[in-house]
Design a protein around this ligand. Sequence first.
Ligand code: TYM
Length: 353
Amino acid sequence: MNKKIFSGVQPSGNLHIGNYLGAIKNWVELQDKYDSVFCVVDLHAITTPQDPEELRKKTIEVAKIYLAAGIDPEKCAIFIQSHIPEHTELTWILNTIIRMSDLSRMTQFKDKSRAISAKAVHKNSKGEIIEEKVMTGELLGGRTNKNINVGLFDYPALMAADILLYDTEVVPVGEDQLQHIELTRVLAKRFNQKFGETFKIPEAGVVKEGMRIMGLDDPTKKMSKSATSEYNYIGLTDDADTVRNKIKKAVTDSGSEIKYTDDKPALKNLINIYSLLDDKKPEEVVEKYKGKGYADFKNDLAEVIIKFLEPFQEKFNSLSDDEVLGILKKGAEKVRPMAEAKMKEVKEKMGLI
Ligand code: TYM
């Protein structure tokens, strides 16, 4: 039997080449060797506010991105998380073995909850509003915002349920998800110890150069879907001129030589993007630009990105919503028996009649 892989992307924000290079590109390579399940994790997306119409659109868009990147629905199952209710059912079960302290340690929760702003309303003695102030994480002194919804806090339990439902052995993701996978392992072991062998213990699968693609405007922070500036990322639906413009504006380090070192983080990030998209080792890219300057390198990098994006976008645009919804429905039918069987086993082990 082949090993199983599971991974997913949230249908929120603008999907970028970091998502592709950190995760989806890896899935395409793994789909021939593993039994693969890829999910559009809509229930994760709603842990931050989403416009319903936009969520519907993005959910289909993410599935189109999987397909345009080369995920083959004949070989893999592609489905929408909310179509399989066992994801939320298992989340509840895991909630009974997960500790508040496990969740409080999650750095992604801390980051996201700080980013969400709180509204401070000051009233006078008559109850009239005298001041309304939106407080950002900084104004809150970097403390965790107490108005955060429980779903955002509990998010790692849902992610663990996604993974554990399918006897997943490898979870191909970017570096920012490693802590969640570590927690999934802890929960699987905790459950197995308490109720008997039920869950496989999954491992993360990362690609070193792609696991943390940094922001083009700030190489100290990861490229992010929710970045406020569009100069942070190259979107998977950006057109050629936008790509050229964004790469031109991307920050570079001092100096003029093309080097792949930790003291040149901006350049290192751009070389990683180049090497992953052009299927070259970082050293080969450095060798190619020996004696050349940043301008030559950046011009070519923009063209390398465009060369990747053009056929990708052509495929993306050729897919109709109906066709994709059909694929997602079939994908859910493929995984449903697995999810149902695992949930039945979990309930039996726990004494739920
Ligand atoms: P999400 O939607 O934030 O990101 C999707 C994938 O893209 C990777 N990624 C990056 N990789 C490299 N550089 C970056 N700058 C970068 N930004 C994002 C992420 O690591 C991820 O692999 N919780 C997950 C979704 C999820 C999931 C799962 C993943 C839900 N359930 C079960 C695996 C298994 C998330 O929010 O990813």
